[in-house]
Design a protein around this ligand. Structure first.
Ligand code: PMP
Length: 274
C-alpha cells in the first residue's frame, strides 16, 4: 500500500513519522475522512475547507491545499478500490509548545482504505457524558478523539453502533462520528452548529437537500421522535431503528427514506472528476 507523507508517495510499511511529532506526543492534529468511489473523491473542496478551519482553530499553520489535493489524487491512483476512504491527517506545527524538529513541525499523511457501504439501519444509545459546546475544540475535527472512543465502547457494550451526546445545557448535539436528525410531528430537525456539533458535510448537504430545520432540541426528543437518522461521510444517511432500547421501526421511516433517496441522487454529482 502506498501512502502520501510530506510531499511524496511512500510505501506504508517503511514510511516514518518522528516520535517527537506533536500529534503523537500531545495530540495536536486535525483530520478528514473523505469518501472515494472508484478513485473519485466526494466533496473534496468542502473537506479541504474544513481541514483548514480545524487547523486554524488549533493554531496550526494551514496545510497547503494544492499539496493535499495532489496527495489525495496520487494515493487514489496508487491504491485502486471500488468504495474507499481517504484519511487525511495533519499534525504538529508551531504550537505554543514549540517544535522539537527545527522545521515548522507539521506532518501530512494521506492514506486510503476500503470502506464497504454501511447498513441502512442501526441502533444508537445516549451516553452519560456531555459535549462541551463552549470548549476550545468545539466544532473542530481534531485527532483528540478519546471521548468518542470511550462513548463508542459504551455503545458497543449495549449492542449499538453509535453513541449520541447532549451538550452541557442538555441539548441534543451529535454522535461520535455522525450528526443526528430527528422527525417531530412530521418535520425534520437537526441541532444547530452552536450545539457544539461538528459542521458535518453530509449534515450540510442534508439540511439543504432534504429541507431540515436547525433547531435547539432537548435530549429527551429522542424519546418521542417519530424517526431518527444519522449522517456522516461513511454512513451517508443511516436510519436509527432502535434508540436506548426503544424500537422505532424495522426500517427507515418515510422522511428518512426520502432523505436517503435525495442524498443518493444528488451526491452523485459531487464526486470530483478523476
Ligand atoms: N460529528 C463528528 C464528531 C464526526 O467525527 C463526524 C465525521 N466526520 C461527523 C459529525 C459527520 O461529518 P461528515 O458528514 O463530514 O462526515
Amino acid at each position: 500500500m502506498k501512502i502520501w507523507l510530506d510531499g511524496g508517495l511512500r510505501d506504508a510499511e517503511s514510511a516514518r513519522v518522528s516520535v517527537f511529532d506533536h500529534g503523537l506526543t500531545v495530540g495536536d492534529g486535525v483530520f478528514e475522512t473523505v469518501k472515494a468511489d472508484h478513485g473519485r473523491a466526494f466533496a473534496l473542496t468542502r473537506h479541504l475547507e474544513r481541514l483548514a478551519t480545524s487547523a486554524r482553530g488549533l493554531g496550526l499553520p494551514e496545510p497547503d491545499p494544492d499539496e493535499v489535493r495532489r496527495g489525495c489524487a496520487a494515493v487514489l491512483e496508487a491504491n485502486p478500490m471500488p468504495l474507499g476512504r481517504l484519511r487525511i491527517t495533519y499534525t504538529g506545527g508551531l504550537s505554543p509548545l514549540g517544535s522539537d524538529r527545527g522545521d515548522n513541525g507539521t506532518t501530512l499523511v494521506i492514506a486510503a482504505s476500503e470502506a464497504p457501504r454501511r447498513p441502512d439501519t442501526t441502533a444508537a444509545v445516549t451516553v452519560p457524558w456531555t459535549r462541551n459546546e463552549r470548549g476550545a475544540l468545539a466544532g473542530l475535527k481534531t485527532t483528540s478523539y478519546g471521548e468518542n472512543v470511550v462513548a463508542l465502547a459504551h455503545a458497543a457494550e449495549r449492542g449499538a453502533s453509535e453513541a449520541l451526546f447532549a451538550n452541557t445545557v442538555g441539548q441534543l448535539c451529535e454522535g461520535t462520528g455522525s450528526n443526528v436528525f430527528v422527525v417531530l410531528d412530521g418535520e425534520l430537525h437537526t441541532p444547530p452548529l452552536h450545539s457544539g456539533c461538528l459542521a458535518g458535510i453530509t449534515r450540510a448537504l442534508t439540511v439543504t437537500w432534504a429541507g431540515a430545520k436547525e433547531t435547539d432540541l432537548p435530549l429527551d426528543v429522542l424519546e418521542r421522535a417519530e424517526e431518527i437518522f444519522l449522517t456522516s461521510t461513511l454512513r451517508d444517511v443511516q436510519a436509527v431503528t432502535r434508540i436506548d432500547g426503544r424500537q422505532l421501526a424495522d426500517g427507515p421511516g418515510p422522511v428518512t427514506a426520502e432523505a436517503m433517496r435525495i442524498f443518493d441522487e444528488r451526491a452523485a454529482a459531487d464526486f470530483d472528476p478523476r
